[in-house]
Structure formats: structure tokens, C-alpha cells
Design a binder for this molecule. Structure first.
Ligand code: PMP
Length: 450
């Protein structure tokens, strides 16, 4: 269906346009001689066009780059800016904490943390919360606690999941059906096969087989995979996961960092799930570093009786800046004043319009791709029917086609999340933003398929 020669020609043309349009970003990148990989973080080299756009300003659903172009931002910091860029309640709370009251971090708790804990408890149904600054650390610490409390050595994840740079999660099901380290796993401290088990998403039998070994402390999963395209759970799958984890004495962690898009209490509340632990990062800080993990009273009680566990000093759970005053002030404002129930209603309605627009374009041009909506988030994938597990979704990747769409739309003022075709709505996303995407997506496809 896609003429690869035409795709290559169009991609080359768009890259030239991008380079011409963005001289200041290009110069900033060329001058970054003291940064490993020329960027503050090596993943920022994941760009469709040879160099990244540099951030100028950002407000609500829009960013501008150094060259002054305006973008409808559907990337939203890969969820870290799901509350929109610099939402006013967060700006005010941060200003108050940092300037008016003073004290970003002081080795002393603030009252904001309890307000945040109570709000997360209301949303996710778990009564007790603790904090981190990244979702990676929230996952890491939850995993350590559950290994400690069960005395079991392993955790289980889904193939092609992403839970941050947590060592135990870099495992996939290989083409031979056997577990193996994920390609490119950097400097693994121990062989991941010794710490982890893996099952395909939506594979109940595979999960049962792996849990039957009796050595899995916890299943760490997203209720829908979101980092290899979106893969949604089939009917009954998540109930089976809960049933099997309970049968085999394994704790269940829902990583809601991205599935939070499903609603104010994430997929956990929207789909009436009952995990033992919820982890979440990124969005809850309104752009500032913040993450959290919540647990049942039963788990908290079990941990409290373990005087051998050092939860206060150097036991491997915690960080100096976790739960700091500034992070908690921002998180309180984000949860109580920005990512409210009403805001979610708006975000989800924008996502509905976005998904409808994508379907319209695909139909018009006779493309059978799949479109998936997860609350305030939409993803399109270059296959139909939609992949039902991570391995299938990884196999559906088409980096050249993806680059073409990303650079084409960037040249026309639309940003998608790098790494896949993911679009997220924030409280200030408008129908004009959605239309801007639809028009440039339509134009990109029209040029490609004629
Ligand atoms: N969990 C999920 C589901 C994620 O998508 C990510 C990041 N994309 C993380 C955890 C890790 O977040 P961070 O990089 O902020 O630690």
C-alpha cells in the first residue's frame, strides 16, 4: 500500500524543510559540545529530523521553539505535562512555596503531602501513599518492598512493557517463545533472567505458567500497554490477572503513569481494578518531578512488622529529594486544581474528536490502520486489527513512516510524542488544536498515497 520510494523522497524533502525552518535550534544543537550525545539526555536524539527542536516558551497546550514557531503540543512531555504547560495553579503554588514561604527542600515534611495522599487514595482506592520523583523510582521501590515482604526473588512483567529504567523490567519474550534480555539493555547488573519472568499481555495461560513457579513477588504491569503503541486488555484478561496473582500469592502493581489518561483515577478506577499497589509518576507533578506509590493497609501492616527492613536509612528505598516541599506543593495544586474530574471530561472529549478525525482521514485514503483511544490519549498504529500484545505491536513498527509523519507535522505546527504516534490532550487542548492535527495528518497521508 505504501510506496517506499515515494515515502523516502517525501521524508527527505520534509527534513530539508525542517532544517531550513529551524536555524536557531540547529545552531544550538551544533554548539552543544559539552553534552554527551549533544543533548541534556541521550533520548532527546530521538527525533525524526536529525536534531531536536529547542524549547522557547510553553503555555497550556502550546509550545514555541527557539525559532519562534508555534506548535499544538500533543506530546505534552510524554505525559509529564498532561496538566498542560505551566498551569496557573501550579505556577502559583510553586511560587508560593519557593519564593513567598521559601524552602524547596528541607528534610522536613509539609502538610501538602497528606492532602496529596488523601487525593490519590480517593482516586485509586488505595489508602497509604509514599513519594518519589520519577515513576522509575516509584516502581523500583515498590518492587523492593514486595520482594522483601514475600521473600520471593522475582518480578513478572509483560513483553515490551516500559516501566522506566528498572533493571528487572528489561525482559521480553523472544521469537522462540523463551524469555530473553531486551535488545540494547545497558550494563545489566545481573542477568535479567535471574530476577524476572515475562508473559505476553493478554496471555492468561502464559501468565499462569510463569506464576506457577511460585517465585514471583509481584506482577508489575500497565492495565493497557502504552509504550509500544497502545495495546488494550481483552475482555476478562485483567480479572484473570487478578485471580491468578491471588491464587499464586503474588502481589499486583498497576503502573498508572500513562494509563492515568483513562480518567481521574486512571484505568484502576475506570475499570474497577483492585491492585495491591499503584505506581504513578510524571503527570501528577504538573511538570515538576513527582511520583507516588500507594498500597493496601494489609501490605503496609505486613511491612510495619518487619523490623529487619531499613525503611529509614540506607535500605534501598527512598531518596533525599523524594516528597520534597516543592514537589508536594506542585502535586497538590495539580491534583486538586488542574487534573480535576471536570478537566478529564474535557480532555476525553478532545481525544474522542481527535480519534474520529484520524479515522476519517484513514477512511478517506483507504488505509486500514488501527486507532486506539485510552481516555485522553489516542494512538494510531500502522496495522489492523490492532495488535493484541507487545511483541505484535513492536513488529508493527515502521520507523521511516513514523519519522515522515512526525517531521511533516512538526513542519506544520503539530507535535506528536516521539517513539510512536501518540497524542495526549491536556485541559487546555482545543478543537482548533485537534483540527490542526487532522489537517496536517490528512495532507501528509494524501501526499503519501496520492
Ligand atoms: N512507567 C511508565 C508506564 C512509563 O511510561 C514511564 C516513562 N515513559 C515510566 C514508568 C518511567 O517514568 P520516568 O522516566 O519519569 O521515571
Amino acid at each position: 500500500m505504501i510506496d517506499r520510494g515515494r515515502l523516502a523522497t517525501l521524508l527527505a524533502r520534509e527534513r530539508v524543510t525542517y532544517a531550513d525552518r529551524n536555524p536557531r535550534s540547529a545552531a544550538a544543537y551544533a554548539h552543544a559540545e559539552h553534552l554527551f550525545g549533544r543533548t541534556p539526555m541521550t533520548w532527546m536524539n530521538k527525533t525524526a529530523a536529525g536534531f531536536p527542536l529547542y524549547l522557547g516558551t510553553a503555555r497550556g497546550a502550546h509550545v514555541t521553539d527557539l525559532d519562534g514557531h508555534d506548535y499544538a503540543d500533543f506530546s505534552l512531555g510524554d505525559t509529564a505535562a498532561m496538566a498542560g504547560h505551566s498551569p496557573i495553579p501550579v505556577v502559583e503554588a510553586v511560587h508560593r512555596r519557593l519564593a513567598a514561604l521559601g524552602g524547596a527542600t528541607a528534610m522536613l515534611p509539609t502538610e501538602d503531602a497528606e492532602v496529596v495522599g488523601a487525593d490519590l487514595a480517593r482516586r485509586f482506592g488505595l489508602p497509604l501513599w509514599s513519594f518519589a520523583l520519577t515513576a522509575t523510582d516509584a516502581n523500583r521501590w515498590a518492587v523492593r518492598l514486595l520482594r522483601a515482604v514475600t521473600g520471593r526473588p522475582r518480578i513478572l512483567v509483560n513483553s515490551y512493557c516500559y516501566h522506566g529504567s528498572v533493571d528487572e523490567t528489561l525482559i521480553v519474550v523472544g521469537p522462540d517463545g523463551r524469555p530473553r534480555a531486551r535488545a540494547g539493555n545497558v550494563g545489566a547488573p545481573v542477568d535479567v533472567l535471574a530476577t524476572s519472568r515475562v508473559a505476553e499481555f493478554n496471555d492468561v495461560d502464559g501468565l499462569a505458567r510463569e506464576l506457577a513457579h511460585g517465585d514471583v513477588a509481584a506482577v508489575l504491569m500497565e492495565p493497557a500497554l502504552t509504550n509500544v503503541g497502545i495495546v488494550t486488555p481483552e475482555i476478562g484478561y485483567l480479572a484473570k490477572v487478578r485471580e491468578l496473582t491471588q491464587r499464586y500469592g503474588t502481589y499486583l502493581i498497576n503502573d498508572e503513569t500513562h494509563t492515568f489518561s483513562e480518567g481521574p483515577g486512571g484505568a484502576t478506577r475506570a475499570w474497577e481494578l483492585q491492585p495491591d499497589v499503584v505506581t504513578i509518576g510524571k503527570a501528577i507533578g504538573g511538570g515538576l518531578p513527582s511520583a507516588a506509590y500507594g498500597m493496601t493497609s494489609e501490605l503496609a501492616d505486613a511491612l510495619a512488622t518487619r523490623s529487619d527492613l531499613d525503611l529509614v536509612d540506607a535500605g534501598g528505598v527512598g531518596g533525599t529529594l523524594a516528597g520534597n516541599a516543592l514537589s508536594m506543593a506542585a502535586t497538590r495544586a495539580t491534583l486538586t486544581s488542574v487534573l480535576t474530574d471536570a478537566a478529564f471530561e474535557h480532555m476525553i472529549s478532545m481525544a474522542r474528536a481527535f480519534a474520529a478525525g484520524v479515522r476519517l482521514v484513514l477512511d478517506r485514503h483507504g488505509l486500514s490502520w488501527s486507532v486506539c483511544q485510552l481516555g485522553a490519549r489516542v494512538e494510531y498504529r500502522f496495522v489492523s486489527p490492532a495488535p493484541r500484545n507487545g511483541t505484535q505491536s513492536a513488529a508493527a513498527a515502521d520507523p521511516e513512516l513514523e519519522d515522515y509523519l512526525h517531521v511533516y507535522m512538526a513542519n506544520r505546527g503539530v507535535l506528536l510524542t516521539p517513539f510512536h504516534n501518540m497524542a495526549l490532550m491536556c485541559p487546555e487542548t482545543t478543537l482548533d488544536d485537534v483540527s490542526r492535527h487532522q489537517e496536517s495528518f490528512d495532507a501528509a497521508i494524501k501526499e503519501l498515497v496520492g
